[in-house]
Design a protein around this ligand. Sequence first.
Ligand code: 6PG
Length: 271
Amino acid sequence: MGPPEVYPDHESLSRAAAGAIVEEGGRAMGGSGADRRFTMALAGGSTPRRAYELLAVTPLAEALDWRRVHVFWSDERCVDPADARSNERMVREALLDRVAIPAEQVHAVRCAAQDGLQGKDCAERAAVAYEATLRRFFPLDLVVLGLGDDGHTASLFPSSAALAEESRWVAAVPPAAAGTGPHGTANRDLWRVTLTAPFINTAACVLFVVSGAAKAAVVRDVLEGPADTRRLPAQLIRLRGGRLRWLLDKDAAALLAARPEGGRTRETAAL
Ligand code: 6PG
């Protein structure tokens, strides 16, 4: 893992994240083999939305051959895709509805109540189905992740059973039991489906995109604190041979002791 890459603000962080996605797409689709494709799982939440929006407009939109891109999700809340809490809806609005990606190359997690199933049965069925889909594209070229202020990433929450998953690639995550203490993330009252750490760790590249002062303490704990993966599940993300990149804005990096001097990026170097 290289040193964290620090940007002045959310907008420049988003530009860098969008550029990193294009860079990974170029690695995946470059080289020989006209049939090379680019497979990426995208994070939900709010932080990456602006990066996705930038991917949908000139100049970056033309930088990827969307006919060869396959999009997945790092996790999903088990709600209807039209629901404002849906990660699928956020990515479609910010990006997919605005680029020429073939519909069959958008691989959404469908775990909302349907066919008379709901809750656990729906989430479990969706996890099995999604894993079967992923097996057709393994390993992914890129996984984009966010970080919750409680140390979770994707829907891998502190002390959850999914953290112990060593074989499955996708897991169903139950709603947080009422009164189980403060949750850094809204929408803990929903069933969720998440990629598991063992699967994420097989990706060619994992990109954490983290913004804001509210994340500064957890960024410090995850990157510089003692290993404690039950309390800080983001620490489970350790790639074997791939590239693990942390893209932060200045506020999210504010408590890092080993402050990267001016960041490791063209953009901050030019400041
Ligand atoms: C989700 C996300 C989640 C998110 C973090 C950070 O479904 O909730 O996938 O893992 O990345 O909670 O969320 P923000 O970017 O909104 O701070």
